[in-house]
Structure formats: C-alpha cells, structure tokens
Design a protein around this ligand. Structure first.
Ligand code: ADP
Ligand code: MG
Length: 262
C-alpha cells in the first residue's frame, strides 16, 4: 500500500490580533505526517504548539498557508480530527458511559452500533465495570482513559494530544503512555502529541519536531531510530541511543535559552 499523507501544512503562519496589537505566533510552518505516524511537537512554552494543534483541528484558521487532513482542506472543525487535552472536561453529572458517548451523540449517533463502539472501547481501556459510575469516583488516570475513549469513539483519522499526561503522577503517566501507544497502533491511527517532556516525546514518537519561539518556527526534525520507535514507551526508555537522543534534544532547548538571553 502506498504511504498516504494524513496531515499536510504548507507555509502556515498565524497572527493573533487583539486590542494590544498583532502577534506573529507561527511563521512559515511546513509539516507532513504520514498515515499511522506518531509525531511529537516539543519546544519552550509560548512557541506555538497549542496554536498549531488548533490550526490542524480547524478551531483556528491560519492567517496564511493551508492545512490539509487526509487531503481535505481544513476550514472548520471536522469529525476526522479528535482532540485530547490535559484536562479531561468530563461532565460530572453524566456517567462514564454517557461521557464517553458525547461525541457520537453530537454526531446524531445513538444507535446500537454506536453503543457497541463505546462499550468495546471502555472494555479495551479496562473501564467496563466503571461504565455506570460518575467522574468524581475515578482516579485522574482513569478519567484520562475515559477522555481517550470519548475521542476514539467518533473514529477520527487523526488524534491531536495536547499534553494529555502532564497532570498525572509519574507511574500513571507511564502506564497511560503504553496504553495509548498500543491502542493507536492497533487502530493504525495518526497522532500528533504536544509535550514538554522530552523523554515522553522520544519514547512515544516516530519523529519529533522541535519548535522555537518568537515567532514560532520549526527548529529541527528528529527521526527516532527503529529500536526505540518499535519498543513500547516504558521499554523504549531502556533502549540503546535513548540518552544520546535526550541530550541532543536538550541541546536545542539550551541553545534557545542562550538565544533568548542575548
Ligand atoms: P504553547 O502551546 O507552545 O505554549 P501557544 O500556542 O499557546 O504556545 O501560544 C503561542 C504564542 O501565542 C504565545 O506567545 C501566546 O501568548 C500567544 N497567544 C496564544 N493564544 C493567543 C490569543 N488568543 N491571543 C493572543 N496571543 C495568543
Ligand atoms: Mg500549549
């Protein structure tokens, strides 16, 4: 099967305009992500990572340039793209099952096939016995698993993950990284992860894109070697070459610090 392009950004720039004036948040971003690929975006706070995801999801329209998902020009939010955030935004008055079904409900899907999809995903995430509970009865890690079910239930081609593990304790975060990796791999989903954790980016990705701030631009793109790429995130951290890669990426951050301090 030929490699298909899942996401393509061409010469994307974005200017925020408000009462204080105009701010160039992203300048001339080019990015191509293949079907089934896992790409992480890293870079210092304010370099435009969230802006970039908002542009890919259609929540923002770029000032110049184009965003395509599965070949289609993105000009508004689309069910092709699922978004998962640091905060789970579960509704406290809805059960876990009802929360997980929201995306499908919004698409007008309340049929038995929709129900089956949600129940199956809850099962895959080890949440079957919690379907009738409420969010406040679940731990942070379980709540993020519900958020993942909600995101996957609408069967998006592309998942955007904006620091989905960063509010979790370390052990939960590592477990969830593995679960997400296995889940996305089994479904051949394309994903773009934003994280400020360099080790997480190396452990989870096929490729890492480093962004620099003021204005947000692509500083470097780093391919992850096969031995690390093919291991699940927890094991990947023990693979040969992992620490060298960490130091290389860390170096980009140090260089940016030095630039910023000039
Ligand atoms: P990151 O996610 O990498 O921390 P963001 O994409 O949130 O960065 O923000 C990039 C830059 O754009 C920052 O300097 C931020 O202050 C600015 N910015 C973000 N949202 C807005 C907005 N709605 N209006 C004006 N400036 C914004
Ligand atoms: Mg952000």
């Amino acid at each position: 099967m030929p490699i298909q392009t899942a996401v393509e950004l061409e010469e994307v720039s974005h200017v925020y305009v408000n009462s204080q004036g105009a701010y160039l948040a992203l300048e001339q971003i080019g990015l191509k992500v293949n079907q089934g690929e896992f790409v992480s975006l890293i870079g210092p706070s304010g370099c435009g990572k969230t802006t970039l995801l908002s542009l890919i999801s259609g929540l923002l329209i770029p000032t110049t340039g184009s965003v395509r998902v599965s070949g289609e020009l993105i000009q508004e939010p689309t069910p092709r793209v699922g978004y998962m955030l640091q905060q789970d935004y579960l509704f406290p008055w809805r059960t876990i099952y009802e929360n997980a079904s929201i995306g499908l409900e919004l698409m007008g899907r309340r049929d038995s096939a929709a129900k089956e999809t949600v129940l199956e995903l809850l099962h895959d995430m080890g949440l079957s016995e919690f379907a009738d509970r409420y969010p406040n009865q679940l731990s942070g890690g379980m709540r993020q698993r519900v958020a993942l079910v909600r995101t996957l239930a609408t069967e998006p081609d592309l998942l955007l993950l904006d620091e989905p593990f960063s509010a979790l304790d370390y052990q939960t975060k590592l477990q969830l990284e593995d679960l997400v990796a296995v889940t996305l791999l089994a479904r051949n989903k394309t994903a773009i992860l934003v994280t400020h954790d360099i080790t997480e980016a190396i452990a989870m990705s096929d490729r890492i894109v480093v962004l620099q701030p003021n204005p947000g631009r692509v500083l470097a793109a780093v391919d992850i070697p096969p031995n690390i790429r093919e291991a699940l995130p927890l094991k990947a951290r023990e693979e040969a070459g992992f620490h060298n890669l960490f130091h290389r990426l860390w170096g980009y951050f140090e260089d940016m610090d030095a630039e910023g301090g000039k």
